[in-house]
Design a protein around this ligand. Structure first.
Ligand code: EPZ
Length: 449
C-alpha cells in the first residue's frame, strides 16, 4: 500500500500509510485555466498524429532510409519510435525531421509495455509479417473509449495467407509469403485498413479491400506507400486495389496536417466567441466539421490552406452523428459537445463509432452542463454559461473537451491527468496562450515514458 507521498491539498484529510506517510488522496491538477477570454490570432497546425503513426509503422517495409520532415513531438509518436527502436530500427531526430531506417529488425521484439500503452502500435503487425514472414506482437488491449477489438485486422491477414496464433497476451503471425486476396471489411476500420494495405503492398499479386476506411490519414498512408514504390489504387474510396511489389525503397515524405488538431482549435474559438485562423490545413479534410459549425452559426472563411472562424454570439443547437469519413469525425465529438453545452437550445449528439466515448460528460456536468445520455445518444441542453471546476481527464479527446469548456467557462478550472493531451497535441498550452487564453501547466504529471 502506499501511493506517491505528497502534501495533500488543504482540507483533504490524507490517509496515512504504515510509516505515517501521507498517501495520495487526490490527484494533483497539472493544468490551470482561468476562463472567459475569447481566442484571437493565428495557430499553426502540426503534421497529423493519425497519419504519422501508420506511416512510421510502414517504414518497417523497406531497408532504405525514410525521412519524415516536421513530425511533432507527441507522446504517441514517441511511443511508436521506442517500439521500433526495440525491434531494431534506427530512429533518430534531425531537428524536427524524423529519420528511420530498418535493416536488422527482430520481428519478435516488440515490447509489451509499450504496445499496451499505445494500441496503434499494433500497426507494426502487417509490415513485419509482410517483410519478414513472421511477427510476434503484444495484444493492444482496450482503452477508455472502447474494447478496441482487432478481429478485422486478423481476418484480413489470414486472407492474405497468414497463420495466426494467440497466447500469453501475444499474437504470433507466420507466412513464408503473403499472397493477394479479396477482403471485405465488416466495418470500415481505419487501423484494419491500414494494416492490410501495408501487408498487401508487398504480397504476391492483387489484393482488393472492400468497405475500406476513407479517412484522409488512410489516403496519406497510401500516398506514402506509393512514394516507396507501392502500387495502390482507390485510396479515399471504399474499394482499395493493391498490386504487390517485391521490394520497396526509401523516400522523403511530408505528412498531411492534423485535421483533428485544427478542428479542436476551431471549436475552441467557437466556444469562446473568438476569431482565429488555423493552418496549414487541407479544408476538404475539415468539411464535415465546417458544415456543422456553419449550421451552428459560426462564420467560416477559407483561403488557400488556412481556415478562419469568427464567432459572434452563442452557438445555435445542432444534431451531430459521428460516422466513418466522410461523416463527422468521432475524434471531434467530445470537443464539439463542450462547445454545444453553451448553445442556445438542445443539441442531439450520437456516437456511432466507439461504444464508450462519453467519458467527458460527467466532468462537463460538474461545470453546470445539462447533458442526458441515452445509450449512444447525448441530449445536450445549452446553458448560458459554464462555471470553472476541478476536472479529471480520461482520454485524449475528452481532455481536449475539458480544456475547451474551461476556456469558455466563468472562473478557474483545474484539469488533472492532463498528460492525456500530450499524446496528440503539441505545445497545447503555448498555442492557446498565444491566442489569449489564461492557461498554464504547473506540476507535470505526464507519464514517464
Ligand atoms: C483510428 O483508431 C484513430 N487512431 C482513432 O483516433 C479514431 O478515433 C478512429 O480511427 C476512428 O476514426 C489512429 O489512427 C492511431 P477503427 P482505430 O479501427 O484504427 C471497431 C484519436 O483520438 N473495430 O476505425 O483503432 C472498433 O471497436 C484516436 O486520435 C472492430 O470491431 O479505429 C471501433 O468501434 C482515438 N474490429 C470501430 O471499429 C477491428 O478489428 C472504429 O475503430 C477494428 C476496429
Amino acid at each position: 500500500m502506499g501511493g506517491r507521498p505528497h502534501s495533500a491539498p488543504k482540507g483533504t484529510e490524507g490517509i496515512l500509510d504504515r510509516d505515517g506517510q501521507e498517501i495520495e488522496t487526490a490527484v494533483e491538477p497539472d493544468l490551470y485555466i482561468q476562463g472567459g477570454n475569447p481566442l484571437h490570432g493565428d495557430v499553426r497546425v502540426e503534421a497529423s498524429k493519425n497519419a504519422v503513426l501508420p506511416i512510421l509503422a510502414a517504414t518497417l517495409l523497406t531497408p532504405d532510409p525514410v525521412c519524415l520532415p516536421g513530425v511533432p513531438w507527441l507522446h504517441d509518436v514517441d511511443t511508436l519510435c521506442r517500439v521500433q527502436r526495440a525491434l531494431g530500427s534506427e530512429v533518430r531526430r534531425e531537428g524536427r525531421d524524423l529519420v528511420v531506417q530498418s535493416v536488422d529488425v527482430n520481428p519478435f521484439g516488440a515490447p509489451e509495455h509499450l504496445v499496451r500503452r499505445m494500441r496503434a502500435s499494433f500497426l507494426i503487425a502487417g509490415p513485419l509479417l509482410a517483410r519478414f514472414g513472421a511477427a510476434r506482437v503484444p495484444l493492444p488491449g482496450g482503452c477508455a473509449i472502447g474494447s478496441r477489438p482487432i478481429d478485422l485486422h486478423l481476418k484480413g491477414l489470414i486472407a492474405l495467407g497468414a497463420d495466426v496464433q494467440a497466447g500469453n497476451g501475444y499474437m504470433e503471425f507466420r507466412a513464408p509469403r503473403l499472397h493477394g486476396a479479396s477482403i471485405y471489411l465488416d466495418f470500415p476500420s481505419v487501423g484494419a485498413t491500414e494494416n492490410l494495405l501495408m501487408a498487401a503492398s508487398v504480397a504476391d499479386g492483387w489484393t482488393t479491400i472492400e468497405n475500406a476506411a476513407q479517412e484522409p490519414e488512410v489516403v496519406d498512408l497510401a500516398n506514402f506507400l506509393c512514394s516507396l514504390g507501392a502500387e495502390v489504387r482507390g485510396a479515399g474510396t471504399a474499394e482499395l486495389r493493391i498490386h504487390g511489389v517485391s521490394r520497396l525503397h526509401g523516400a522523403e515524405y511530408q505528412v498531411i496536417s492534423d485535421r483533428i488538431e485544427a478542428g479542436t482549435y476551431l471549436v475552441a474559438t467557437a466556444a469562446t466567441g473568438g476569431d482565429v485562423t488555423v493552418g496549414p490545413v487541407l479544408p476538404e479534410h475539415l468539411k464535415p466539421l465546417l458544415a456543422k459549425l456553419r449550421e451552428a452559426g459560426s462564420e467560416i472563411e477559407l483561403s488557400g490552406d488556412a481556415v478562419r472562424l469568427r464567432q459572434r454570439g452563442r452557438l445555435q443547437p445542432i444534431d451531430v452523428k459521428t460516422l466513418p469519413h466522410p461523416g463527422f469525425p468521432t475524434d471531434l465529438q467530445a470537443p464539439l459537445m463542450a462547445a454545444l453545452s453553451m448553445a442556445q437550445g438542445t443539441s442531439v449528439i450520437t456516437e456511432t463509432v466507439f461504444e464508450n466515448r462519453f467519458m467527458h460528460v460527467p466532468e462537463l456536468r460538474r461545470m453546470g452542463a445539462d447533458i442526458k445520455i441515452e445509450g449512444r445518444t447525448a441530449m445536450v441542453t445549452g446553458v448560458s454559461h459554464l462555471t470553472g471546476a476541478n476536472l479529471h481527464a480520461s482520454d485524449l479527446r475528452a481532455a481536449a473537451a475539458l480544456v475547451i469548456a474551461a476556456l469558455a467557462a466563468e472562473g478557474k478550472s483545474t484539469i488533472a491527468d492532463a498528460y492525456h493531451l500530450d499524446r496528440g497535441y503539441a505545445d497545447l498550452e503555448e498555442k492557446f496562450a498565444q491566442l489569449g487564453a489564461d492557461i498554464e501547466r504547473r506540476a507535470s504529471c505526464s507519464e514517464a515514458l
